[in-house]
Structures are given as structure tokens and as C-alpha cells.
Ligand binder design. Sequence first.
Ligand SMILES: Cc1ncc(COP(=O)(O)O)c(C=O)c1O
Length: 371
Amino acid sequence: MARVSKPLHGGNIYRVARSLACDPCDIVDFSASINPLGPSPHVWKAIASSRHLLSHYPDPDCWILRRALAAFWRIDPDQIVIGNGSTELIDALPRALEIHRLLVVQPTFSEYAAAMGRAGRQVTALYADRTSHYAIPVDRLCRAMERGRNEGRSFDGVILCNPNSPTGQACMVGDLVRLAKVAHRQGVWLIIDESFADYCSDRSVLQRAVSWPYVVVLRSMTKFYALPGLRVGYAVSAYPTAGRLQRQLPPWSVSVMGQVAALAAINDEAHARKSLVFMKQERERFQARLTALAGCRVIPTHANYCFVELPRGQSARDITERLRTRGVLIRDCSSVPGATSRSVRLAVRTRMENDRLLRELSQLLLNKDSR
Ligand SMILES: Cc1ncc(COP(=O)(O)O)c(C=O)c1O
């Protein structure tokens, strides 16, 4: 039987556990960047008290969740479309917006190109510069968008990941406003993936997007709210765009428990505050310790992960593999276009887990040939 190959993503603890013959929960996962404090305690209570809903279909309109998100962001519920993770929305956007060629800024999340491929559409790339810490090249992007169709512009949509995965770089709001204006003038779609923007809310344009006809902002409940297993994400846009996107989604794509848990999660402000305080402190400590590992280059980050170039002579693939055999999963980024053969992405986890990774990593780097 032919094996189906899927794009590689972080977080596949199941595959690693199968290969090590252990329980998936024994794997320490630095490859998917999930809030290490876990979901809000309110989520567990909400799930337990909603068990009776399992024998019914979920609300296909996600009405209560949409209304709560709308109140949270002070926008209209009709400007929000909820999907089975932001991945489902990324998948639907090329069809919904009739994007035929999408510009991506590499290195970035591979699912944008994968979704275009599944829709039989094209992708074109602009590369962020490694020597400037992969800062998002806003001026070059503006110039590329400014070119009219008859002046050789080959794309009709742009996707920006802000903050970007895997690099952790984020555009300032002023730059995003500039890009949105050009998008409007040129009739180019601008999709801004804010899946990690909970960690840098001063870089978000979500609330402005509702008045920009060519902009869609994506959010995820996976990362900051730590609900990857429940699959909830949403898109925010002007009304006609939201309608176009909604029509591309299958009914009931967001489960009962996904809706219930997401609602409980956004209502727990105390857990959100605690998570931000924790991340700020632990990320600083983790970054400093990583930087102290001889030869490692740590890119400044606005998210809950660090993009790291391992020392010269090391291979991201090899180190990832050797950590895997020790039950530690990191994201090998060597195959991400624009990254190097030494690039890895490391989630910031609990202090104890981070110390374990730092210990294992420094042993492997010091003793390159020991297996
Ligand atoms: C940048 C980015 N956007 C979107 C997603 C998809 O998130 P989800 O479908 O879990 O909401 C991911 C997942 O890794 C991601 O890294």
C-alpha cells in the first residue's frame, strides 16, 4: 500500500512515542509552541459540565463563542469566522478569496504553501535576510505590492505571519498599516496570521482589520490558550470577506468541546495574565542560557519560541534526531526555505523542561560524536 506523505509539522509526539515504544505524554515537546502553563483551569470545568452536549451536533454557527470573541475584541460577531484550527481557515482562504498566486515571506510556516498546493494554486517567495535577524522586509514587500499587474506583479495575495514562525520576528503596527493601505490600493489580499500575537499584543492589527476590505487576520486557540487537541481558530475581516470564507467551510467543523473550551479560555483573564508574566521571565532566562552555549546564534523573538542557529559544524537534522532518541522533541528547520542547515526552533517550556533541554543540548554540542 502506498504511504501517504504529509507536510512535517511540530508536535507529533505520537510518531516519536511509537518509535521509542513509550507513552506520548513521556515526550518533552519543544517542537510545538504551546503555553507551558497549559489550558485555563476553567476549561476543565467547562468540559466536564458540558458532557451532556456530546450526543448533539455542535452549533454550526458557533454563536456563543463568536459573540464572546466579538465582545472580547469589541467587534461584530459577523466579522468573525471560526474554524477547526486556523489551519482549516488557511486551507479555505485561497478558494474563498480566489487567490491564484500567493506571496510568502520565507522562512515561514509551511502550511501556507501546502494549502495553495492543495487548491492547485501557485506560491511565490520573498526572502527575509538572515544577517538582519530575518526581520520582515516591509519596504521590499511594499515595493513588490506597489507594482501593478501590468508592471509584472505576479501575485494576488500576500500572507504574513506576525509574529513569524519559525523566526519570531514581528512587524510594527505602523508597517502593517502601510501594507494594508498598499493592499487596498492595488486590490491585493493581505492575510496576517496572528496565531502567536497573544504574546505581543502591541503588534496586532486585529481590531483595525474589520475596516480594511482586503485584509484577513487569523488567530488560533492552540498556542496561547493551549488547546491544540481541540482545534479552534478564527478569522477576523470585513463582512463580505467573512461571508466568503464561511461559505467555504464544512458544517459543524468546530466540535462541541472546542466551542465550550474556547469560551472558557477567553473568559479567564487571570490565567492569561499569569501566562504572559511567566513567558516574559522564562523566555528571557532561556534565551540567555541558549546564547551562552558556545557558537549558538539566538534570534530575538516576540513569540513563545526561539529560532536558533546551532554552532558551525553541527547539523539541525542530526541534533534533532539525537534529542529525539532521548525523548526530547525539537523542530528541525533545516528544510524550511530561507533557513540554514543549522536552524532549529525551540519552544519556551517550563523552567524544569527548559533546563533539561539545555543540559541535553550542551552535552550533544560539546561531545559532537558521542551517540
Ligand atoms: C504560524 C502558525 N499559524 C497557524 C498554525 C495552525 O494552528 P492551529 O490550526 O492549531 O490553529 C500554526 C501551527 O503550528 C502556526 O505555527
